[in-house]
Write a protein that binds this ligand. Structure first.
Ligand code: GAL
Length: 436
């Protein structure tokens, strides 16, 4: 659990990230339909996010365009770094300094933690006027509320348990179709290796290791195991034979990655699949945003399939923006407009077409979406009634950030150290899960 006093510790780390110069601006937005006239400073919305990869930047540019059309100026506060760890550190330093942005990409249980600090604005007026309670799945609305009041607005639904594959590479290697079980997967990976190509494109950062791990564990253990281990953090499940099997499988996946993976960004791993250098990537459907930005077509150039053994499950990752308390009435109005725009049909469609996710707003017309998005949408609804719909632990949906952070580190220690025994890996992850 973080507190504002603890936040101060983050300041030094935050200034280091900014000083290291990895801060990038998002790609330029298309010209606004109405040329922006002088906008009062209070009407400017400063928005913190970590969407700097190709498909991500195109998506956020649409929000900027919509806000400009509503007469607001957009101040981009983009902090590069997939998964958002850098962005969260920088955000903490800004809040400690008493200078929060108007809105920040914050999700899952962290929303509750920020709200408990008393720094988030109440969005109920906009939520009521726009009928959010009827437009959102209850499971999502609950996460956006603190003590019954909306403090954040959801953007999308990403599915994490995807496996992406390059169709030409599979053909070249003699792999007839996307593997459905882990045994089939390893047989396919062997063929790709024999064809002289990289079986698995992986980016070596701890959130990417964790992303792959949760899909492997879900595929090996099933949803009940996933819930016990990664939502309830049950020690029995975390130290079970199933967990051992999951770590063995995870290590085997690593043996099919290339030596240059450490430190690689996720979108560069996706590029390896796009460019026919690698066969598979385990990544959420923001990867599809990269395929789309590169002009690739699903079913033809690439294949989207549930990670082996996970077709009946859906690990969800809902992006959202929380708004910070601002004093000025014009600034508050701008925040309300931003929140309304995010839940609006125009944004929900165009943003998600670019981002690879599906709209979070219910009953949206899916005509313009591709087959991967349609499958995601169908599976989201289906798994909600079968119990297969589970929050992604790697993407901060399942447990508080302190716990997932400790587990993420433990998973990466195991991934990066081939000499660590599986038994030691199991016990260090279980110990990390007990972090409070
Ligand atoms: C996730 C986020 C996605 C995507 C990804 C990579 O945590 O929910 O929207 O941006 O990180 O940056």
């Amino acid at each position: 659990m973080f507190t504002l006093s603890k936040l101060a510790i983050a300041v030094a780390a935050a200034s280091m990230i900014v000083a290291c110069g990895k801060k990038e601006e998002a790609a330029p937005a298309p010209a606004p339909a109405t040329s922006p006239v002088a906008v009062p400073a209070e009407s400017t919305v400063e928005v913190l996010h970590w969407w700097t990869a190709g498909g991500e930047a195109k998506s956020v540019a649409e929000l900027k365009r919509i806000m400009q059309e509503k007469g607001h100026a957009w101040k981009d506060f983009a902090v590069a770094g997939g998964g958002g760890d850098n962005a969260m550190t920088v955000l903490k330093s800004r809040v400690v300094a008493g200078n929060p942005p108007a809105a920040a990409q914050i999700k899952g249980p962290a929303i509750q933690e920020w709200a408990a600090e008393g720094v988030l604005a109440n969005l109920d007026e906009t939520a009521k006027a726009e009928n959010w309670d009827t437009l959102l799945p209850a499971v999502v609305a609950d996460v956006m509320k603190y003590n019954g009041n909306y403090v954040a607005v959801p953007v999308n639904v990403h599915r994490v348990n995807w496996m992406w594959a390059n169709a030409a590479v599979l053909k070249k290697a003699g792999v007839a179709s996307a593997p459905k079980t882990w045994d089939e997967f390893f047989a396919a990976a062997e063929k790709v290796k024999k064809a002289g190509l990289i079986p698995v494109a992986h980016g070596g950062q701890n959130w990417q290791d964790f992303t792959t791990f949760e899909s492997v564990a879900l595929g090996v253990g099933g949803t009940d195991f996933y819930k016990e281990a990664f939502i309830k953090l049950d020690q029995k499940a975390l130290t079970s034979a199933t967990m051992t099997k999951a770590l063995e499988t995870f290590r085997k996946v690593k043996s099919y990655t290339d030596a240059a993976a450490p430190g690689r960004d996720w979108n560069l791993a996706t590029a390896m699949v796009i460019q026919e250098k690698a066969a598979f990537q385990f990544m959420g459907d923001w990867a599809k945003g990269e395929f789309t930005a590169a002009g690739k077509a699903p079913g033809k150039d690439y294949i989207c399939a549930a990670a082996p053994g996970t077709a009946n499950a859906f690990t969800f990752n809902v992006d959202s923006f929380a708004m910070f308390k601002l004093k000025d009435a014009t600034a508050q109005k701008a925040q309300g407009d931003l929140a309304a725009a995010i839940m609006g049909t125009e944004f929900q469609e165009v943003f998600n077409l670019n981002k690879g996710s599906i709209p979070v707003r219910l009953n949206m017309d899916m005509t313009k979406f591709d087959d991967c998005a349609k499958l995601s949408s169908e599976d989201f609804v289906a798994t909600a009634s079968t119990g297969g719909l589970v929050p992604s632990i790697a993407h901060e949906m399942a447990v508080p950030p302190a716990v997932s952070g400790a587990m993420k580190d433990a998973v990466s220690q195991f991934w990066n150290n081939d000499k660590m025994s599986v038994a030691d890996g199991v016990s260090s992850i279980a110990k990390a899960a007990a972090t409070r």
